[in-house]
Design a protein around this ligand. Structure first.
Ligand SMILES: *[C@@H]1O[C@H](CO)[C@@H](O)[C@H](O)[C@H]1NC(C)=O
Ligand SMILES: *[C@@H]1O[C@H](CO)[C@@H](O)[C@H](O)[C@H]1NC(C)=O
Ligand SMILES: *[C@@H]1O[C@H](CO)[C@@H](O)[C@H](O)[C@H]1NC(C)=O
Ligand SMILES: *[C@@H]1O[C@H](CO)[C@@H](O)[C@H](O)[C@H]1NC(C)=O
Ligand SMILES: *[C@@H]1O[C@H](CO)[C@@H](O)[C@H](O)[C@H]1NC(C)=O
Ligand SMILES: *[C@@H]1O[C@H](CO)[C@@H](O)[C@H](O)[C@H]1NC(C)=O
Ligand SMILES: *[C@@H]1O[C@H](CO)[C@@H](O)[C@H](O)[C@H]1NC(C)=O
Ligand SMILES: *[C@@H]1O[C@H](CO)[C@@H](O)[C@H](O)[C@H]1NC(C)=O
Ligand SMILES: *[C@@H]1O[C@H](CO)[C@@H](O)[C@H](O)[C@H]1NC(C)=O
Ligand SMILES: *[C@@H]1O[C@H](CO)[C@@H](O)[C@H](O)[C@H]1NC(C)=O
Ligand SMILES: *[C@@H]1O[C@H](CO)[C@@H](O)[C@H](O)[C@H]1NC(C)=O
Ligand SMILES: *[C@@H]1O[C@H](CO)[C@@H](O)[C@H](O)[C@H]1NC(C)=O
Ligand SMILES: [Zn+2]
Length: 653
């Protein structure tokens, strides 16, 4: 899918309304990364990047040559400023130079008149703080200009409170999606639900703010970076602050929870996702690049850590389950891998059990590291694996690269429960960390396939329920913190019901709109039917996905589309199609629901899909440390709360 980098922000007072930035988080000509207000875990490794900008042309041109003599100091609240090299006891880095261009606004972009900026820079690699407190970093440049950053090194309790943490991420999952999933998956009598979501049983719930460092709308790369590192970042960036250099791998890194947990306590780490495994949410646990599209290097870092750079002694992830086979098999089978490696063969060499389907997944030994890749690209959706199963055919997406159909795919539940078996067996008393992502809540909301998104939401809930039961049965429940949250939202909600039979019988768009029932006429959910609990009995899924009276559901902004408010029986939706590859001009997909309502879009013409939204997202917590998760806080705080519960602050110093 497409990620347009809409570089949003403001540029000094003069340019109000400006939505392009020369470089995010750097409104002046002197840049410090991590920038002002950054937070740090005590003992966490990070890089520092300094940049001095000399605009060559454009409205900012200042005629100055790029400063080569800038200085940089760091001071604790009680100490005097010391040059960074001596403060952190590292060698003074060499001066770097590059230039880049950017558009000052939409007019410049239309006219193709970029502005050129000359840069001088230095990077201090792999430093860390050894005492908590507030620090002031100061960059002096251009003979008298100053950029200051206040850095907060948190002083967290050091006692470990939980042996294990499982972090569930419903990608793009909002309270609205959870509410709608409950409505279609659970039976209600006179306004009283007869059963609950597993999420409804959590004792603590909070809210996290998802905005990124230089834009109020986030993507999954920079929100995952925030959740896993305690540092805000930029759209498309994984485990780094985004600098302006052309090299996609030299951006200043920050150590992740997975890296810290393995480095400091030698715990076992498991990563599970229904997305392709190089995708942002799994990738951000180990990868460090400003470009989430670097799929080959991302996959390599699961096994080998960051390439060409001494960052950590990462020994490889213990469990890796998901899709995205095309980044594991090499070009001989049509794959795209780092240095054309056959990553399956490399993993086997490193002692991983490698499997391509659910049958073999269940047979994996628990004491061995495991790689399970179950399809090309994103894995099949719950609705297609369980209800419209013919959609699994003719996909030529088998994970072995042999272009068979990946029919025998596990769901999130099967992958997560097996991952827990393996990390439990491999933790050697040090505990484990598992991240389990229901990726296609987001992917299906992007393509406006609401039913599939709700199926994925119910699958996540079912996985959480099974996880609680499993931990209880194995005696690990009281030692395991369970967190369920999201990385960002979509502007999704339900506003009523739709009589799909009436809608189809009408011939005009205006008449079709009368098929919608609001308030009183919305009625009750028709998805869970009395006496037909095919899925609903104990698994809490709808018994009928195709009732006459469906939900009127939608998102606040969208491309052109044709809506009929019925389940898409032939597989995930394609709401809009491009009329011009050159112009990126998306219109409603004419093949979709010819009897539906044409609804014209509100998004830029190059958006093929729905987009992320601003909303805070919920955080559910159960287990040791659960009380830390109540209230409203920033997404970076999730990292510090997990680090606190694991007792990682200051460890190893
Ligand atoms: C910008 O950098 C490139 C590559 O380093 C260099 O070839 C080019 O001359 C520079 N452009 C200007 C205008 O300085
Ligand atoms: C930097 O700017 C100077 C003056 O504009 C130009 O001569 C030089 O080529 C530029 N260098 C780089 C690396 O961009
Ligand atoms: C700025 O300089 C770049 C590189 O030389 C050039 O491509 C661009 O057209 C210039 N833009 C303006 C607005 O002068
Ligand atoms: C720096 O600024 C001072 C005072 O403003 C001036 O005297 C000096 O010449 C400047 N030095 C350079 C290298 O521009
Ligand atoms: C690491 O270095 C090798 C050899 O120079 C190069 O081929 C590869 O692209 C580099 N990897 C990354 C991720 O930069
Ligand atoms: C890797 O481990 C060795 C031995 O414990 C240690 O000396 C070295 O500093 C570690 N390197 C990193 C990058 O953590
Ligand atoms: C690609 O992988 C296949 C299967 O492991 C192997 O036989 C082949 O040599 C590899 N090709 C390259 C170019 O590494
Ligand atoms: C699972 O994968 C193995 C290895 O490719 C294959 O031999 C087996 O037939 C597959 N089983 C199913 C049920 O697809
Ligand atoms: C959890 O239960 C086990 C077994 O009953 C006990 O040994 C352990 O101390 C408990 N852990 C906590 C955090 O209460
Ligand atoms: C819609 O058009 C068809 C064919 O012209 C016609 O038979 C039908 O009565 C129309 N329906 C309504 C509700 O006007
Ligand atoms: C029960 O639900 C299934 C699955 O949606 C459906 O195929 C079947 O027709 C339903 N049976 C009745 C009696 O409604
Ligand atoms: C509505 O969208 C269709 C394409 O999906 C387009 O042909 C039509 O011009 C649009 N109408 C308006 C008013 O934008
Ligand atoms: Zn998304």
């Amino acid at each position: 899918m497409k990620f347009t980098i809409a570089i949003v922000g403001l540029l000094l007072g003069a340019a109000q309304g400006q939505t392009f930035q020369r470089l995010g988080t750097c409104p002046t000509f002197g840049c410090i990364f991590p920038p002002d207000q950054a937070n740090f875990l005590l003992g966490q490794f990070f890089d520092i990047r300094l940049e001095v900008h000399a605009p060559v042309n454009g409205t900012e041109a200042n005629g100055k040559l790029p400063d080569e003599k800038f200085t940089f100091t760091v001071a604790s609240s009680s100490g005097s400023p010391a040059p960074a090299a001596s403060f952190f006891s590292v060698a003074e880095p060499a001066l770097e130079r590059w230039n880049f261009t950017w558009y000052e606004d939409l007019f410049a972009q239309d006219a193709k008149t970029p502005s050129l900026v000359n840069v001088t820079s230095k990077a201090y690699r792999r430093v860390r703080f050894t005492a908590p407190g507030t620090y002031t970093a100061t960059l002096n440049y251009n003979n008298g200009s100053t950029t200051k950053a206040t850095w907060h090194v948190r002083d967290l309790p050091k006692t470990r409170r939980a042996k294990n943490v499982i972090l569930f991420i419903g990608d793009g999952m909002t309270t609205n999606a959870i509410t709608a999933a409950r409505l279609i998956g659970h039976k209600m009598v006179n306004g009283y639900y007869q059963s609950k979501l597993a999420l409804d049983t959590f004792p603590v719930i909070g809210h996290q703010m998802t905005h990124s460092i230089d834009s109020f709308i986030t993507d999954s790369a920079n929100s995952a970076t925030a959740l896993y590192t305690g540092h805000k970042s930029t759209v498309n960036a994984l485990g780094v602050y985004a600098d302006s250099s052309p090299n996609k791998f030299d951006d200043p890194k920050v150590e992740t929870i997975a890296e810290l947990f393995q480095r400091l306590v030698k715990g076992a780490v498991g990563i599970v996702s229904t997305a392709f495994l190089a995708d942002a949410t799994p990738a951000a646990l180990v990868a460090h690049t400003r470009d989430r599209g670097q799929y080959g290097p991302v996959v390599d870092s699961f096994f080998n850590g960051v390439a060409n750079y001494t960052w950590s002694n990462w020994t490889g992830v213990d469990v890796l389950f998901g899709g995205g086979a095309e980044n594991f098999y090499n070009s001989s089978l049509g794959g795209l891998t780092y240095l054309n490696r056959d990553q399956y063969a490399e993993a086997k060499k490193k002692g991983y059990g490698v499997v391509y389907n659910n049958t073999d997944l269940q047979k994996l030994p628990n004491n061995q590291r495991a790689l399970g890749v179950f399809s090309v690209s994103n894995m099949a959706k719950w609705l297609d694996r369980n209800v419209f199963t013919t959609n699994l055919k003719n996909q030529n997406n088998s994970a072995d690269g042999l272009k068979k159909d990946a029919i025998d795919q596990p769901g999130l539940k099967e992958m997560t429960l097996k991952a827990i078996d393996i990390v439990s067996a491999r933790s050697n008393g040090s505990g484990w960390f598992v991240m389990s992502e229901a990726a296609s809540i987001d992917k299906m909301l992007h393509v406006l396939d609401y039913d599939r998104a709700l199926g994925e939401t119910l699958e996540l809930d079912d996985t959480v329920r099974a996880t609680i039961a499993k931990l209880k049965a194995s005696g690990q429940l009281n030692d395991t913190l369970i967190i369920v949250t999201a990385d960002h939202g979509h502007g999704f909600d339900v506003t009523g019901s739709v009589d799909t039979k009436y809608l189809q019988a009408q011939n005009t768009t205006r008449a079709k709109r009368n098929a919608v029932g609001v308030y009183q006429n919305a009625g009750l959910s028709q998805y869970v039917m009395t006496g037909n609990l095919t899925y609903a009995n104990d698994s809490h899924f709808p018994s009928n996905w195709d009732p006459r009276y469906t939900l009127q559901q939608g998102v606040v902004t969208f491309p052109d589309r044709i809506e009929d408010y019925m389940v898409n029986k032939n597989g995930p939706r394609t709401p809009a199609v491009n009329t011009s590859a050159a112009l990126d001009n998306y219109v409603a997909n004419p093949k979709e629901h010819t009897h539906g309502i044409l609804i014209n879009g509100t998004l830029p013409l190059n958006e093929a899909q729905g987009v992320h939204s601003l909303t805070d997202v919920p955080v559910y917590a159960m287990g040791p440390g659960q009380e830390l998760f109540g209230g409203t806080y920033n997404n970076i705080d999730i990292f510090y709360k997990i680090a606190e519960v694991y007792g990682l602050s200051g460890k190893g110093l």
